[in-house]
Design a protein around this ligand. Structure first.
Ligand code: GLN
Length: 193
């Protein structure tokens, strides 16, 4: 049976994640009600606008169900999803889910270069060693706790970090045709007892 992965679908680019997962043979479910989480083996928090996402997550009572889910199952957060998953956020309007021990700064690349594409070294993904990272008004991971493992860096700063079953990245793997990061996440889900 295909592995069922939920994608938080309150706002942002959830549909692109769903397309990549389906291409990899997984079942992708757009989550609009926390009750839908029960049958999912993993969850993606997509990019979007973290202030809007936080508002909607409060309105639709997602905070506790998502924290509860992450105690049992793997979660991947990309861009705004990484902001929400963090333990500390520089913007008090965005309540952290605190799924991973990192601190983030929103929109940290500044106005001039707020969106860009660059090849980063990603040995954790095997061959080829480079990954085309697309940054869109991306945050920076400004601190990482001792339990975290940095998997990819850009300009000596962490851009993909894992702590046990939680994987966060500040760029957008769903916008490239390279599905290795989604494959890595699916492996985390499938190897989870
Ligand atoms: N700038 C957005 C935020 O702070 C994140 C952008 C994105 O997800 N591409 O929430």
């Amino acid at each position: 049976m295909a592995t069922r992965i939920g994608i938080l679908a309150l706002q942002g680019d959830f549909a692109r994640h769903a397309a990549v997962l389906r291409r990899l043979g997984a079942e992708a479910v757009e989550i609009r009600d926390s009750g839908q989480l029960d049958d999912c083996r993993g969850l993606i928090l997509p990019g979007g606008e973290s202030t809007t996402l936080a508002k909607l997550m409060n309105r639709y009572r997602f905070y506790e169900p998502l924290r509860e889910f992450a105690r049992r199952r793997p979660v991947m957060g990309t861009c705004a999803g990484a902001i929400l998953a963090a333990g500390r956020i520089d913007d008090p309007r965005v309540e952290p889910l605190a799924l991973i021990d990192i601190a983030v700064r929103r929109n940290a690349y500044g106005r001039q270069v707020d969106s860009f594409i660059t090849e980063v070294a990603a040995p954790c993904l095997g061959e080829p060693p480079a990954f085309r990272a697309i940054f869109i008004r991306a945050p920076k991971i400004v601190a990482c706790g001792p339990q975290t493992e940095t998997l990819i860096t850009f300009e000596d700063e962490p851009i993909m970090v894992r702590q046990g079953p939680v994987l966060v990245l500040t760029f957008h793997p769903e916008l490239t045709s390279d599905s290795r990061i989604h494959r890595l996440f699916l492996n985390m889900v499938e190897n989870q007892a």
